[in-house]
Design a protein around this ligand. Sequence first.
Ligand SMILES: Cc1cc2nc3c(=O)[nH]c(=O)nc-3n(C[C@H](O)[C@H](O)[C@H](O)COP(=O)(O)O)c2cc1C
Ligand SMILES: O=C(O)C(=O)c1ccccc1
Length: 347
Amino acid sequence: MRTISELEAVARERLDPVHYDFYAGAAGDELTLRANEEAFSRRVLVPRVLRGAAKRDLATELVGSPLSMPVLVSPTAFHRLAHPKGELATAKAVAKAGTVLVVSMAATTAVEDIADAARQAATDPALWFQLYLQPDPEFTESVVRRAERAGVRAFVVTVDSPVFGRRERDHRNGFHDLPPGLVVENLRDGLGRVRDIEMSAGFTWEHVAWLKRTTALPVLLKGVLHPEDARLAVGAGVDGLVVSNHGGRQLDTAVSTVDALPALAEAVAGAIPLVLDGGVRRGTDVVKALALGATAVGVGRPVVWGLAAAGEEGVTEVLERLREETDHTLALCGAAAPGDLTADLVR
Ligand SMILES: Cc1cc2nc3c(=O)[nH]c(=O)nc-3n(C[C@H](O)[C@H](O)[C@H](O)COP(=O)(O)O)c2cc1C
Ligand SMILES: O=C(O)C(=O)c1ccccc1
């Protein structure tokens, strides 16, 4: 089994350099992209000993979905640019791993087909759906209904994108659109046309309340970094938060996610679960995030690297590597389960 950084090197060789830059890149000077990884490196573990953690169990649960390990797959756009089987390959690997795939609204495969592939691979796979609220509420609602009918179990509303981030690699490379033949399949309207994803800076907590009234499924907000927003989310009846800066692709110089996490954990005080994403590359990163208050972490780029390097098997390699490293780190920290991890283990 290769490390994530080894898989990234393979992916980089296989991908069109313009597409590699789309996946690897981030906003502005990419300071937040680097800060996410650096914030993990800066923290050290202070392990406990002699705690009899011979039998370890990595399983956890989030808003009613079971996870075989505290690692889920964050939504990433355009998997068919990384591999011809695209999201179908990703969905099979994630279903077999027994964890959650958050399907991107910008997927290049229809959510119904992704759900079929996941069900082929495992019984009762857990798919969630990531939404960018659209200015036309009727269109947003039609996407919600479509995802519900396909069997998704939760919605993740990305709230860190009132405008699209400025990714300078994409500007330099002239990468603005999918190549001919690929479209954002989940934005087909009733007439067979495909709409563009629209960002809008006009959304408020009122729109979150609207979505809560519109669906009975759990609603998580992705991209919350300020503790006051975490408090407002609890008040709005939101079911969970993804502590995320979009992998550094939106606001450059935004706080790294592990640096933001402790204050968010304090703000929600256990009322709702926190998922952290950004910079998770090792089992030690998973353990640090859990110790500081996350119930699980999400991985974005690592899954794209696995997919580009080796399709479904590559995604499996990434997820099994993270599972194995997380288990090994738990053992070395004297913890039998994620619930044994406490903030005093991290400095
Ligand atoms: C290529 C790429 C595409 C992404 N597309 C989406 C998306 O469609 N929706 C979304 O909410 N986040 C998207 N993200 C952000 C990820 O969900 C996640 O927050 C981020 O990748 C985590 O950081 P990591 O890549 O360091 O793991 C994307 C990230 C990347 C790298
Ligand atoms: O690249 C991204 O980070 C992203 O979120 C996105 C959203 C819509 C279309 C393409 C990418």
